[in-house]
Design a protein. Structure first.
Length: 287
């Protein structure tokens, strides 16, 4: 994404400058070549581990500097290339947190104001009265894009968290899902192999689910499964992994637990689940 946006922006800048026959073409061509080199180095040659999680932020700030220089060379406040700032701030919605677009908006605004002032100082003349309105409008546009990007980023984060929760937990019982259990089991086997300390695995099968479904309906069966999930979460340690394999089958990983300890936990869960009663259609449903 970063590579494509950067190349498209540089290409658009070259086309505009070539068509307008600007006298600063050599400088802009040199700037574009430097931009291409930076993109190639940052995206293809520089190992990802060098900058780590700060990589995209560094790329965004580099892009702001690139756009600022381009604005200085192409008219200052009249330059059409201020859209580069909008691209940088808007793209933050795809990879940053909700604060990242706002931080980049501040950096882009500072870069734009500095570019406009430098253009006036280096090339003159003094900024006319309408320049203030133009600059203010563009700064407001940068702020609006940052706000929209922050909202999108926040919603993306919520969606990602929700998707992660759906994949990690069983929707009905709130216990861990089968996929999460399988990953946890692999890790526990590796840990036990390294430390030499074993673990226990409990398998639970609910015999009463089918009769409840047949007699009272699947809604009652779902309520029973939810209640069992609550019992299991309350009956194991925070370090244990209680999961639903599917249907009426449950499993618990007990790290660093020997057979006597596992038997105690299993018996406690059996008794607690056996005491469950749920009112359904005027009758009491038990497990």
């Amino acid at each position: 994404m970063v590579r494509v946006v950067a190349y498209l922006f540089i290409a658009a800048a070259l086309i505009v400058v070539t068509v307008t026959q600007s006298w600063q073409q050599p400088l802009i061509y040199l700037l574009a070549a430097a931009g291409v080199v930076l993109v190639v180095v940052g995206q293809d040659m520089l190992p990802a581990a060098v900058l780590g999680p700060r990589r995209l932020l560094v790329e965004a700030l580099t892009m702001i500097v690139f756009v600022s220089i381009l604005v200085v060379l192409t008219g200052g406040y009249t330059s059409p290339f201020f859209v580069g700032y909008l691209l940088v701030v808007g793209s933050a919605a795809l990879w940053g947190g909700s604060r990242t677009p706002l931080a980049l908006a501040v950096a882009a605004s500072i870069g734009y104001v500095v570019a406009v002032v430098l253009r006036a100082v280096i090339y003159g003349p003094v900024l006319p009265a309408d320049a203030v309105a133009t600059v203010a409008f563009i700064l407001v546009a940068i702020g609006l894009v940052a706000y929209v990007a922050a909202v999108i980023s926040r919603e993306q984060h919520r969606s990602s968290e929700a998707a992660l929760a759906l994949s990690r937990y069983d929707k009905l019982t709130g216990l861990y899902s089968r996929a999460t259990f399988e990953r946890a089991l692999e890790q526990e086997v590796l840990r036990a192999g390294r430390s030499g300390r074993g673990f226990s695995l409990l398998l639970l099968d609910l015999d009463a689910l089918k009769p409840v479904n047949d007699r009272h309906g699947h809604d009652a069966g779902d309520r029973l499964l939810t209640a069992i999930g609550d019992v299991m979460r309350g009956g194991v340690r925070a370090t244990d992994v209680a999961a639903r394999l599917g249907g009426d089958e449950f499993v618990v990983i007990l790290p660093e637990t020997d057979l006597p300890g596992a038997l105690l936990v299993a018996e406690k869960l059996r008794q607690d689940i056996g005491r469950l009663t749920l009112p359904t259609n005027g009758t009491m449903v038990s497990s």
